[in-house]
Design a protein around this ligand. Structure first.
Ligand code: NAP
Length: 287
């Protein structure tokens, strides 16, 4: 059987970033404002440090200001709240990203809510979630937006398509399902209590796997010719792998994202796009 075409997330992300560079330069020329991204890291979680460093580097490469803030591991709830309030009020800050997870003694949910919707580049505040649910203008979570961008880049029809999203997390499953509904897909959201998951997935023209279970989606889940998007990331001795058993699914699907090199690279590209959108939004709001 033929192998599926590969959805090259690295290439799409590089195109998005290149385009953004130009868009940022135009925005600066038009408004005199340089978009600025304030990443906020509390503590020294090594994975978070790597993610934040990469976000900072990419924002600078796109022509944005790096307004990173680092608080110590033992920062109090009041200290983090104070910093977020300052960033919320600062005209130099277009986007605020609180790197998750925060240390366990902090209440992440209430910290996130201090980010004003027009600076919420992660799209995780209740306001942003509500705007997405109502299909109103706002900032959308980065990884879900990246999934849509990949489908569009490969001309995968969304309108009228049967899409099964496996996973209902606030970070990925729910927002990606909402974005797909807003684009007129017929969406089924599957989760850990779903009965006959494989059977439900076999009805799908597009499967989006955001499960966090390594290799869960195998050939039995996939209708011949379906498109398979793998959001999962698992680190193992052989490197990174996803929620999809790539070798088994590739001969059945028409298009598939690899891990690494599929959805992963899109997340930062969409964060940068959100930061520019945030700067535009604030420019409009402040007149
Ligand atoms: P999560 O919060 O753990 O959510 C997982 C979802 O999958 C839950 O809704 C859960 O159902 C469902 N689930 C778990 N086991 C299942 C099973 N056996 N059958 C059906 N559904 C099952 O994870 P997440 O934050 O959404 O992340 C999902 C994956 O994406 C992870 O591997 C994560 O590392 C990766 N990720 C990648 C990126 C990226 O940039 N590429 C970004 C974020 C996350 P219940 O709701 O019933 O518990």
């Amino acid at each position: 059987m033929a192998e599926a075409g590969i959805i090259d997330g690295k290439a799409v992300a590089a195109r998005v970033r290149e385009q953004l560079k130009g868009d940022v330069a135009q925005f600066v020329a038009r408004t005199g404002v340089q978009p600025g991204l304030a990443t906020v890291l509390v503590g020294g979680d090594p994975a978070s440090e790597v993610y934040v460093a990469s976000k900072r580097k990419s924002s600078v490469a796109a022509g944005m200001a790096d307004l990173h803030q680092h608080l110590p591991e033992d920062a109090t709830q009041q200290e983090v709240e104070g910093l977020l309030r300052e960033l919320a009020a600062s005209p130099a800050v277009s986007g605020i990203l609180l790197q998750l997870p925060v240390p366990a003694h902090l209440d992440a949910a209430s910290l996130i809510e201090l980010i004003p919707f027009e600076k919420d580049v992660d799209g995780l505040t209740t306001m942003s979630v509500g705007l997405l649910a109502q299909g109103k203008k706002g900032l959308r979570p980065c990884t879900p937006s990246g999934v849509i961008e990949l489908l569009d880049a490969y001309d995968v029809p969304i309108e009228g398509a049967n899409v099964v999203v496996i996973g209902r997390s606030e970070l990925v499953g729910r927002p990606v399902a909402q974005l797909l509904v807003n684009r007129n897909a017929t969406v089924t959201i599957a989760h850990s209590r779903t009965k006959d998951l494989a059977g439900i997935c076999r009805s799908a023209d597009v499967i989006v796997a955001a499960v966090g279970v390594k290799g869960l989606v195998n050939a039995d889940f996939v209708k011949p010719g379906a498109v398979v998007i793998d959001v999962g990331i698992h680190r193992g001795p052989d490197g990174l792998s996803g929620d999809v058993d790539f070798a088994a699914v590739s001969p059945v699907a028409s298009l598939i994202t690899p891990v690494p090199g599929g959805v992963g690279p899109m997340t930062i590209a969409m964060l940068l796009a959100n930061t520019l959108r945030a700067a535009e939004l604030q420019h409009t709001l402040t007149g």
